[in-house]
Design a protein around this ligand. Structure first.
Ligand SMILES: [Zn+2]
Length: 421
């Protein structure tokens, strides 16, 4: 149902994330945005005629997924956990070669549906097939930030041309709920020249920029030491390896002036000494994808080092091509499941800090601080309704640790999933 009139949502608990939980609270929604958040008794006098009393429920902001590949959704369970990261790359390249536009479009839409039904309202998505835009945007209520993937291993095309083509495509896309930006895939699948042009284009347009960074030990070895299986494999495939052997991946990003408050470094499983400080000083963000990390059996994510350096940390789902089966069942995209997986490994954090990883932190990384990921005046009315009997003081903890009973999802003031009365 499209909500056209101002609406008041009353619930036993409102969890705004930007302030402590509110008992018997309300969120007033008008023109797609939040007009007020507070106690029902303080807001009832200005509530519009249309009041939706949600009863025993927790209302919280819609989750913001900081890294996904929707177009790989139907590859769920197709690749078994690999022995080496390079084996996985070869497997996914073979899978991709067998797919056509229709497969990718269907897969993307299935992924969008899974995210919506698991409480995501915004996704930072990597687009390997940008030709599907903008049609796929119009087929989902999700807020999508589509990062057009740039890859150039052998320099068949001039880097300037590649970036120019992607930039022109972005400018031709219609303005609306979703928008596009650039994602050079990784340091090892691009080159410094391409990264320079991408940085300039993103800077000029004030776009966020995202890249896979130091995901595997092989990538770290390639850049830091100029050796290893990835180094040899890419050299054999005709990549110019002049950028390898002197710096860690993070140092390389810093040297190329890529680190900025609008930069999302995805994975970052390997740090050299001082790398966490470099990321923090530039106010860059790091995105961790817990279930994908477990699938590859990477070395432990350097959470403590990044957290202590005060790096803005976010969680993402990554793609289903790199999430293992769960009790022989195909995995589904689910940011709450990622949050629970992460919380199980980091018992020392407060529940409020866990929630920030899937709400305010990714919103800030995407340049949407105060507009997404929190229930606050003037923010987008993107919110979730969870059926719950949790006590006020344990509401945040319940949301982090217990699979949610998702009853409703609102995006831009409209019900994408309407809670039953
Ligand atoms: Zn990825």
């Amino acid at each position: 149902m499209v909500v056209t009139k101002p609406l008041a949502l009353r619930a036993r608990i409102i969890l705004p994330v930007s302030q402590p939980a509110i008992e018997d609270g309300a969120v007033l929604v008008s023109r797609g945005r939040i007009a007020a958040v507070g106690r029902w008794r303080d807001l009832r006098h200005k509530a519009p005629a249309c009041v939706h009393d949600l009863g025993d429920a927790i209302v919280l902001p819609g989750l913001v997924n900081a890294h996904c590949h929707l177009d790989y959704t139907d590859m769920a369970g197709a690749i078994p956990p690999p022995r080496s990261f390079l084996d996985w790359i070869e497997a996914i390249v073979a899978l991709k070669a067998a797919w056509g536009y229709t497969d990718y479009a269907q897969s993307w839409l299935n992924g969008a549906k899974q995210l919506l039904h698991s409480g995501c309202t915004t996704v930072a998505d990597i687009e390997a097939v940008p030709e599907l835009l903008p049609e796929i945007w119009t087929a989902t209520p999700l807020r999508v930030i589509s990062f057009l993937e740039l890859i150039s291993v052998r320099r068949r095309q001039r880097p300037a041309t590649l970036v120019w083509q992607a930039t022109r495509m972005i400018h031709e896309l219609p303005a609306g709920r979703s928008r596009a930006a650039l994602s050079p895939h990784a340091l090892y699948t691009t080159n410094p020249e391409l990264l320079k042009f991408a940085r300039r284009a993103a800077h000029r347009a004030r776009w966020p920029l995202t890249m896979h960074v130091a995901e595997s030990g092989l990538e770290f070895d390639m850049f830091q030491n100029g050796r290893g299986a990835m180094f040899n494999w890419l050299r054999k495939n005709g990549r110019d390896m002049d950028d390898c052997g002197t710096r860690s991946p993070v140092q390389q990003l810093a040297a190329l002036k890529l680190l900025s408050p609008r930069f999302l470094a995805v994975h970052v499983n390997h740090l050299a000494s001082g790398d966490a400080r470099l990321l923090a000083r530039a106010s860059a963000s790091v995105v961790h994808c817990p279930r994908s990390h477990a699938f590859f059996r990477h070395t432990p994510f350097p959470f403590t080092e990044l957290h202590d350096a005060r790096v803005n940390l976010c969680l993402g789902t990554d793609s289903l091509a790199s999430i293992g089966k769960d009790n022989r069942r195909k995995p589904e995209l689910d940011l709450f499941a990622e949050l629970r997986a992460f919380a199980a490994q980091q018992p020392g954090l407060a529940p409020e800090e866990f929630l920030d990883l899937v709400t305010r932190n990714p919103a800030a990384a995407l340049g949407e601080r105060g507009r997404l990921g929190e229930l606050t005046r003037r923010a987008q009315a993107d919110l979730l309704v969870l059926r719950s009997k949790a006590a006020l003081e344990s509401a945040a903890e319940t949301v982090v640790h217990t699979p949610p009973d998702l009853a409703g999802v609102m995006i831009a003031g409209e019900w994408a999933i309407e809670p039953s009365a």
